[in-house]
Design a protein around this ligand. Structure first.
Ligand code: F6P
Length: 320
């Protein structure tokens, strides 16, 4: 193996650049050449490749987004489209690929491996919804950004004695909501994985106001329902003043946290070593602080398990 490629796919996440840097520097350290594949699998098929050097990546560790750009490209599920991508790799002498992204990206990495190009997946998504890893690149930064935003929302909520229903990202996964909810001292956290009782949430808020609390914060995972709809439902059970707020894509931006930078660096470094050992079709994860690999196929059947104990901890903070 002489030359490897790297691409980012799906939604961008803070820390992706740190992972690209780690892959590039590790590969060069081991005498390999590295090509950045721009715009994910779409760029792979189009042959949009750029050589990466240590100079290219030197300042990238602190930058959000992905400087290789990203794209969602469902067309890569088609066999003939995959063949075109493989031809591009062969034309450029690229023997193996590292893919940073979420679930869809892993399907692409597996397809490449099946076509004879060893590929390894790194979990890159703010959603933290990937099986067999406690952690995905970007999750910690997104949580920090959302927490910072809610701290600001609390200032205005308190000034007007209002309730805010804050919608956070995560698709069908409640991990961002749980972590941010606890970190923001939310009155309630609502996630798709757990049942909830909206009347009970209204009672908690009313009790808070009766006890002298000057605001209420509900952290709502986007997979449950729209924030406006939730707020309207809530107002059926309480006569407080309420607003809905959707944090949306701001959660994907900004400089990565220490955790994201360090984990992205560890995983990028490890992925190159897997390729050097002739491995492919694997997904890298971090479980109990240890680097792990799993067959990508296992991921498709696996289920992500969030830290649901956070829900119980938060309930004990709010129900008295
Ligand atoms: O997967 C990351 C994510 O930000 C989700 O949390 C969100 O549901 C989705 O992507 C938004 O997608 P888009 O950027 O295509 O609007």
């Amino acid at each position: 193996m002489k030359r490897i490629g790297i691409l980012t796919s799906g939604g961008d996440a803070p820390g992706m650049n740190a992972a690209i840097r780690a892959v590039t520097k590790t590969a060069i350290h081991h005498g390999l050449e590295v090509f950045g594949i721009r715009y994910g699998f779409a760029g792979l098929v189009a042959g949009d490749f750029i050589p990466l050097t240590t100079e290219n990546v030197d300042h990238k560790i602190s930058e959000g987004g992905t400087f290789l750009y990203s794209a969602r490209y469902p067309e890569f599920a088609q066999e003939e489209v995959q063949q075109k991508g493989v031809e591009q790799l062969k034309k450029h002498g690229i023997d193996a690929v590292i893919v940073i992204g979420g679930d869809g990206s892993y399907h692409g990495a597996l397809a490449l491996t099946r076509h004879g190009v060893n590929s390894v997946g790194l979990p890159g998504t703010i959603d933290n919804d990937i099986p067999y890893t406690d952690y995905t690149i970007g999750f910690d930064s997104a949580c920090r950004t959302a927490m910072d935003a809610i701290d600001k929302i609390r200032d205005t909520a308190s000034s007007h004695h209002r309730v805010f229903v804050v919608n956070v990202m995560g698709r069908e996964c409640g991990d961002i909501a749980m972590r941010v909810g606890v970190a923001s001292g939310a009155d309630a956290i609502v996630i798709p994985e757990r049942p909830y009782d909206i009347k009970e949430i209204a009672e908690t808020l009313k009790r808070g106001f009766a006890d002298g609390k000057d605001h209420g914060i509900i952290v709502l995972a986007e997979g449950v329902m729209a924030a406006d709809k939730f707020k309207d439902e809530l107002l059926k059970y309480g006569d407080f003043d309420a607003r809905a707020n959707v944090l949306a894509h701001m959660q994907r931006g900004g400089s990565p946290t220490v955790t994201d930078r360090v984990n992205a660096t560890k995983m990028g470094n490890y992925a190159v070593k897997l390729l050097l050992n002739g491995k492919g079709g694997l997904a890298v994860g971090i479980k109990n602080s240890e680097l792990e690999t799993h067959d990508i196929l296992d991921l498709f059947d696996g289920k992500h398990h969030g830290d649901y104990a956070l829900m119980d901890v938060n309930e004990e903070m709010t129900k008295y």
